[in-house]
Design a protein around this ligand. Structure first.
Ligand SMILES: Nc1ncnc2c1ncn2[C@@H]1O[C@H](COP(=O)(O)OP(=O)(O)OP(=O)(O)O)[C@@H](O)[C@H]1O
Ligand SMILES: O=C(O)C1=C[C@@H](O)[C@@H](O)[C@H](O)C1
Length: 358
C-alpha cells in the first residue's frame, strides 16, 4: 500500500464520522469502558502497524461498508482496498480504528454523499443497538429489509406497487422479496396473461396471436391488477409502451429497476432466452441478446423513465463501492427500492405526481 494513497484517503472529509464520535455504548459487559473513540487512518498508523496481529475482515452481502473486528490493531488489506476502491469512484471513504474500552476495532466507512443511501442505511443507532463489542457486522440486511418494509407500509397505505423494467431486470426476484417483507401478495402480469389465454405460455401466445394479441391481453391484465391493493406486480418488460397502460399503472406506484443492458444480457442468457420471444430464441447467445436488448432499451428508455421511483443499479453499485452491479444481491436491491419508496411517498404527500411524458 503506497503511503501517498493512504494519505489521500485520510485527506477525504469524513463527515459521517461525527455521529460515531458522539456514540456511547449504554451497557457493555465485555468492555472495560463504554466510551467509543474513533481515529481515522493516516499513513503513519498504517505503516507502523505492520507487525500487529492480523485482522479478519468479514462480509455482509455486498454492503461490507462497516466492518467491526474487535481485537485488531492494524488495518487489514481488505479494509484499505475497499476504501480505496470507493475513493477511486470519488466517494468519500476512510479506514478507521475504533476503540471500545481497551479493544481496538477496524471500521471502514464510505461516506456516500452522492446519495442518501449510506446515511439512511447505517445509522449510528444500529451500531449502538447491536453492540459494537459483540463482533457483529453492523448491517443485517434481512432485518433492514423488514424495518424498511414497515416504514413503507405506513407510508403507502396499501397502494399497489408496479415493478417495471427490461426483461431480466429482476422484477420477479425483487417483487417476491418485497411482497414477503410487506405482507403483500405478489403477481407476475405475464402469468395473469397466460391464465387469460387458457394456460398458453407467453411464447405460445406470441406465436398464436402475435405481439398485438399479447399486448391486448397485457392491457387487460394491468387494468385488473390496478384495481387491487396490497399487491406487488412484476409487469412485463413491454408494459410501459402503450399509453393506455399508464392510466392503470398510475393507480399504483411504479418502480423502475434500471439495470445496465450488458448485465441484463448476462442474466437472460444464463437462464436461456427461449421463453422470451422478443430475443429471438436460444441460439444467438450473449451477443444476440445484447444487441436485441440494446435496441429495445433504446426505444423504451424514455417510457421507463416515467416511473414514480427509479432504482439505478449502476448508481447503487457505485455508491456501495461494488466493482460491478453483479455484486448487488436481490436483498440489497430490495432494501434500496424500499428506501426510495419511503422518500417518494413522503415527497408526493407534500407535492404532486409527475405527469407522464412521451
Ligand atoms: N440481483 C441479481 N443478481 C443476479 N441475478 C439476478 C438478480 N436479480 C435477478 N437475477 C436473475 O436474473 C434473471 C431474471 O430475473 P427476474 O425473472 O426476476 O427478472 P424479470 O425482470 O422478472 O424478468 P422478465 O421480465 O423477463 O420476467 C433470473 O434468472 C434471476 O435469478
Ligand atoms: O419486454 C417485453 O416486451 C416482454 C417481456 C416479457 O416479460 C413478456 O411480457 C414478453 O416476453 C414481452
Amino acid at each position: 500500500m503506497a503511503a501517498a494513497t493512504i494519505a489521500n484517503l485520510a485527506a477525504v472529509p469524513t463527515a459521517s464520522l461525527a455521529y460515531l464520535k458522539a456514540a456511547r455504548l449504554e451497557s457493555s459487559p465485555q468492555s472495560a469502558s463504554s466510551s467509543l473513540r474513533v481515529r481515522s487512518i493516516s499513513s503513519q498508523s498504517a505503516s507502523s502497524s505492520s507487525s500487529s496481529p492480523r485482522v479478519r475482515a468479514s462480509k455482509c452481502n455486498c454492503f461490507e461498508r462497516i466492518l467491526i473486528n474487535p481485537g485488531c490493531h492494524h488495518f487489514s488489506q481488505d479494509a484499505v482496498f475497499r476504501a480505496e476502491r470507493a475513493h477511486h469512484h470519488r466517494i468519500n471513504a476512510s479506514v478507521n480504528e475504533v476503540h471500545v474500552g481497551n479493544q481496538a476495532s477496524e471500521l471502514v466507512l464510505i461516506n456516500a454523499s452522492v446519495q442518501q443511501f449510506l446515511d439512511t442505511h447505517a445509522k449510528c443507532t444500529t451500531i449502538e443497538e447491536k453492540g459494537i463489542n459483540r463482533n457483529v457486522s453492523v448491517e443485517n440486511f434481512e432485518q433492514l429489509l423488514m424495518e424498511k418494509a414497515q416504514q413503507v407500509k405506513q407510508e403507502i397505505e396499501r397502494t399497489c406497487i408496479f415493478l417495471i423494467g427490461m426483461m431480466g431486470s429482476g422484477k420477479s426476484t425483487v417483487g417476491r422479496l418485497m411482497s414477503e417483507a410487506l405482507g403483500y401478495k405478489f403477481l407476475d402480469s405475464d402469468n395473469v396473461i397466460e391464465s387469460y389465454a387458457g394456460g398458453l405460455s407467453v411464447a405460445e401466445i406470441f406465436q398464436t396471436f402475435k405481439e398485438e394479441g399479447f399486448r391486448k391481453l397485457e392491457s387487460q391484465a394491468l387494468r385488473e391488477l390496478s384495481l387491487t391493493s396490497d399487491l406487488v406486480v412484476a409487469t412485463g418488460g413491454g408494459a410501459v409502451v402503450q399509453h393506455q397502460n399508464w392510466t392503470y399503472l398510475r393507480n399504483g406506484i411504479t418502480v423502475w429497476l434500471d439495470v445496465p443492458v450488458p448485465a441484463l444480457a448476462h442474466r437472460v442468457t444464463a437462464v436461456g432466452t427461449g421463453t422470451r420471444p422478443l430475443l429471438g430464441g436460444d441460439c444467438g447467445g450473449y451477443d444476440q441478446a445484447l444487441a436485441r436488448l440494446s435496441k429495445i432499451f433504446e426505444e423504451r428508455g424514455p417510457a421507463y423513465a416515467n416511473a414514480d421511483v427509479t432504482v439505478s443499479l449502476q448508481s447503487l453499485a457505485l455508491t456501495l463501492a461494488c466493482e460491478d452491479v453483479s455484486e448487488l444481491t436481490p436483498t440489497a436491491i430490495t432494501v434500496q427500492v424500499l428506501e426510495e419508496l419511503i422518500q417518494h411517498s413522503r415527497l408526493t404527500k407534500r407535492y404532486f405526481r409527475a405527469p407522464v411524458c412521451y
